[in-house]
Design a protein around this ligand. Structure first.
Ligand code: TEU
Length: 596
């Protein structure tokens, strides 16, 4: 039913520029740069990548690693220059690859010229480009912010920042350095369209739109419900996620700008679960965005609507429930999925989806189990319907930072604020602070931001010897690195990288099934095995994925006759298993078979 489109079949690879590769260009030693990215295009092409998504490289004070933009039309010198980007685009074109930029337009940096002007006086022509409100006062005259919303990356703080000069508050949902733009003002919307045109005209092919569902806010700015009584401020999601004018503004952006080019668009949409709301955006006939990032699978370990830095227990079979729900919905309702389990805001997938997996370390058994887990996830990701996103290092099975790292090693503003908050709330309380460390170890955004492990050379080949990388390199780089995995020469065992390469090639070769085909869950009740069938008019495949660390027996159902087991994560060749009756799946074992 689904129409074929290049952006549905594309493999998108996300680069987090600070941690990708420091070529020595750029003004900050130990930071990745654009020439570093360009030098790895052959590696990416070889892997099977079609589209490169770059996290922000624009001019920025880096209060939130570039998600605070001070100039949308210039590049931060730590990464290089506009000429470097032009060169990157032309090198991509040579390889028939495309560039996707990160569009961060819910907010700017507080150092953006628009904001500097806006905060200069109440009479400024840019005053109304941001969201300014007067203070409220308690009975005793204490000044309070306009409402009780908390800051997303600093939950202890108000989402409003007081500005002495004009004695008003501005809305800053993420950090004080990221003031929210006032999209109600048509000049702001036009200025955003102008940014899109600037990059599309330069040869970029589309955008990942940062928190695009936050742009329309309920204009009465009501107080949020109290969900965390021990906190002064509360999450206000309800009033700024998918607000009243979101669809109107997306439709205008599409008609006035995007439709004039051949683009790929994906909207980041934290906190939404409402199916109709989502379909309104991704159904082709709605003419809004191609697809969105739904967060349910990465929110598996926290409670929706509450703070993110919490932990929630979950069962392996929730993975099946979550994925199969969105697979079916998009197929039945003519929408489109994006498939992702890693990005720069989440821990590494092996460490998240296998609670029984030993924590990352360089011990042989940890490395071996990590490899199996990484390959199991690869089997799943490369065989589900939707546009597939791979995050840097995912193709190597990179892991979370080791549990013994001190809180000081964590560099992310959200983690730093969380640790500060826990220390303020529970000073010297060993139990609470140990718990906080545990939460950081499971959830911090830092885990995916350590330097990419290119080789066993000093600094994992990320930067020259003697240079200090901006984040510490994971100690397991001698075992887990691209060079060793590329060179692995074992007829019985593929490296994680070789496994991904084969998986991506297989997805492309059978795109009618894996990208466009039907999806059917094979066992609704199994607690450990996620099994499904994918089918096109011509062919069909069966997947059985054991997410547990136990050996399990799995009964091949009547609805899924297996012809041959063709691939699995324990061997390079064909898995040696019966094609009818019951099969045994070892810990973290996954198999792919042809079916009728
Ligand atoms: O993230 C938006 C977002 O809400 C989450 O992914 C966020 O990291 C998490 O909920 C924190 O609780 C985007 C970017 O991906 C992120 O890196 C930025 O910090 C954020 O927007 C602000 O631009």
């Amino acid at each position: 039913i689904n129409k074929q489109r290049w952006w549905k079949e594309a493999i998108v690879y996300q680069v987090y520029p600070a941690s990708f590769l420091d070529s020595g260009a750029g003004t900050r030693p130990g930071w990745g740069d654009i020439p570093g990215i360009t030098s790895k295009l052959d590696y990416l092409k070889h892997l099977g990548v079609d589209v490169l998504w770059l996290s922000p490289i624009y001019k920025s004070p880096q209060a939130d690693m570039g998600y605070d933009i001070a100039d949308y039309k210039d590049i931060d010198p730590v990464y290089g220059s506009l000429e470097d980007v032009d060169h990157l685009i032309s090198e991509l074109k040579k390889r028939d690859m495309r560039l996707m930029m990160d569009l961060v337009v819910n907010h700017t940096s507080d150092q953006h010229a628009w904001f500097l002007d806006s905060r200069s006086s109440k009479q400024s022509s840019k005053r109304d480009w941001y969201i300014w409100r007067p203070a409220k006062y308690d009975k005793d005259g204490t000044r309070q912010p306009p409402n009780n919303w908390s800051m997303i990356l600093g939950e202890e703080n108000s989402a409003w920042t007081y500005d002495e000069k004009t004695d008003e508050y501005y809305l800053s949902l993420f950090t004080a350095e990221q003031p929210d733009l006032n999209w109600e003002n048509p000049d702001v919307r036009e200025a955003v369209h102008d940014v899109l045109r600037f990059w599309l005209d330069r040869g970029c092919s589309g955008f990942r739109m940062d928190v695009i569902n936050h742009i329309s806010k309920v204009q009465t700015f009501p107080d949020a419900d109290i969900v965390a009584p021990d906190h002064k401020y509360q999450p206000g999601y309800k009033y700024y996620c998918n607000g009243p004018r979101l669809h109107e503004w997306l439709k205008t952006m599409r008609a006035e700008v995007l439709d004039k080019y051949d683009t790929i668009t994906v909207g980041e949409m934290p906190f939404v679960r409402d199916e109709n709301e989502i379909l309104k955006i991704v159904r082709e006939d709605e003419k809004e965005l191609n697809m969105i990032f739904i967060f349910e699978q990465v929110d598996i370990d926290n409670e929706i609507g509450k703070y993110r830095m919490t932990l929630r227990d979950w069962e392996a079979d929730e993975i099946r429930k979550i994925f199969s729900h969105w697979q079916r919905l998009m197929i039945d309702k003519d929408g489109w999925n994006s498939l992702f389990i890693e990005n720069h805001d989440n821990p590494r997938s092996c460490d998240r989806y296998f609670p029984s997996l030993p924590p990352s370390s360089s011990s042989p058994s940890s490395i071996q189990q990590g490899e199996l887990a990484a390959k199991l996830l690869c089997l799943m990701m490369t065989t589900l319907a939707g546009t597939l996103y791979v995050y840097q290092g995912q193709e190597l099975g990179m892991r979370n930072v080791p549990a013994e790292w001190d809180p000081e090693e964590y560099k992310d503003v959200e983690t730093i604020n969380y640790w500060k908050k826990m220390n303020n709330m529970y000073p010297n309380n060993k139990e609470k602070l140990d718990f906080a460390r545990h939460v950081m170890q499971r959830k911090a955004r830092d885990h995916s931001r350590t330097p990419v492990q290119w080789s066993a050379e000093p600094n994992a080949g990320f930067c020259k010897e003697g240079v200090t990388p901006w984040m510490r390199v994971n100690a397991d780089y001698k075992q887990i690195n691209a060079e060793a995995q590329r060179k692995q020469d074992d007829p019985d065992k593929l490296s994680v990288l070789q496994f991904w390469k084969r998986g991506l090639a297989n997805r492309k070769e059978h795109k009618e099934v894996f990208v466009y085909g039907d999806f059917q869950v094979l066992d609704e009740n199994d607690k450990k095995v996620f099994a499904y069938k994918r089918a096109s008019e011509k062919e069909a495949f069966v997947l059985a994925l054991n997410f547990s660390g136990d050996e399990v027996k799995w009964q091949i159902p009547e609805t899924a006759k297996v012809k041959n087991w063709v691939a699995g994560n324990y061997t390079a060749g064909q898995p040696d298993k019966p094609t009818s009756g019951t099969i045994t799946l070892r810990p973290y074992e996954g198999v792919l078979g042809t079916s009728e």
